[in-house]
Design a protein around this ligand. Sequence first.
Ligand SMILES: Cc1ncc(COP(=O)(O)O)c(C=O)c1O
Length: 389
Amino acid sequence: MNYLAKRITQSSKKSFGMYAKAAGIVDPQRDLIHLELGSPYADTPTAIKQATIQALLDGKVHYSHLQGLPHLRDALARKLAAQYGLDYSASEIVVTNGLTHASFAAFMALLNEGDEVVLLEPYYPQHVGKIELAGARAVLAPFDAEAGFTITPGLIAAKITPRTKMIVLINPCNPTGRVFSREELQIVADLAIKHDLLVVSDEVYEEIVFDRAEHISIASLPGMRGRTVTMFAFTKSFAMDGWRIGYLSAPGAIIEGILKITTNDVTHVNTFIQEGAYEAVTTQAAALAELVEEDRIKRDLVVSRLNQMAGVRCSMPQGTIYAFPDIRETGMTSQELADAILENTDVVVEAGSFYGPAGDGNLRVCFGSQSVERLTEAMDRLQHFFGTL
Ligand SMILES: Cc1ncc(COP(=O)(O)O)c(C=O)c1O
């Protein structure tokens, strides 16, 4: 292992949490129900597949523009303008291999040795590995569970030092399911402007918001466009996690550095996959609305069932595909509980502590990854289990 790989403190196995544990179970008699991984249950809409197949048949099998197909980037720029009031030209958008690649490129291009990056905690563990790879240090700002995992004025301010370079935001938030309000985002924006910080905003769940919640992109707040990298993906919205396609938007000066990274790692995203993404962003609004409605139905089912279980309290997630029930009444740690649930029910859920100590009073239950029937079966098993504690 070279010095770069050694910089990443968490082992690759640990970085997959309960998924890695469940993968170790090979007994075919055990009927595992996976609620730990954020892989959408739905299939990718057919029109997206057809456009991709057609692109292959039409010979779109050669190199694309390194930054992404121009007509795709044009369509993405139009989408960002229409949906969030963001003003980016196609030259300020880079098509990436999922959000993972967008964040890799952003952290590599922007961070220097010794920089500090503030992450709101519970955090997304995969962000940390990349920050460490870039030679920087992740500084955790723990949310208060009692305050409903909201952004408060003191939360981030207390973590800013002269070495702070960046704040990382996940909105809508995995694992808590929060969709941050304009007031909460303004707190982050005010601090970023005051201390001259960059904001890297992971908006992979941008489309998956429920009821009257509105997703606001922090780059649209006054003074933020020039200091924000916003990252999106087709992964969750269009059930395209295996396709590996996303994109980022940022001002030109930042794009230049990001392109140095992306053209040297993957060159560009597969040409025909980009045609599928073009279909998604230009014609698939109705299919997207249907997918989100399916998630809402599953959310309602899972949250209502969780709230009937002894020792469990679950608030309603405003977005994402996760419920984040509070399990403190059980007196167990979230890891003990997730292990016991797997052992006794063959349901796999993630321990809240996987996302940092501030998540230890909770479990993360993915309602977007199974059919209604399987979710019902999982909830029956969990209800029985909690009744025995
Ligand atoms: C917050 C967050 N960011 C990034 C990702 C990874 O996205 P992608 O599969 O597009 O790389 C996930 C996937 O679960 C996620 O929850």
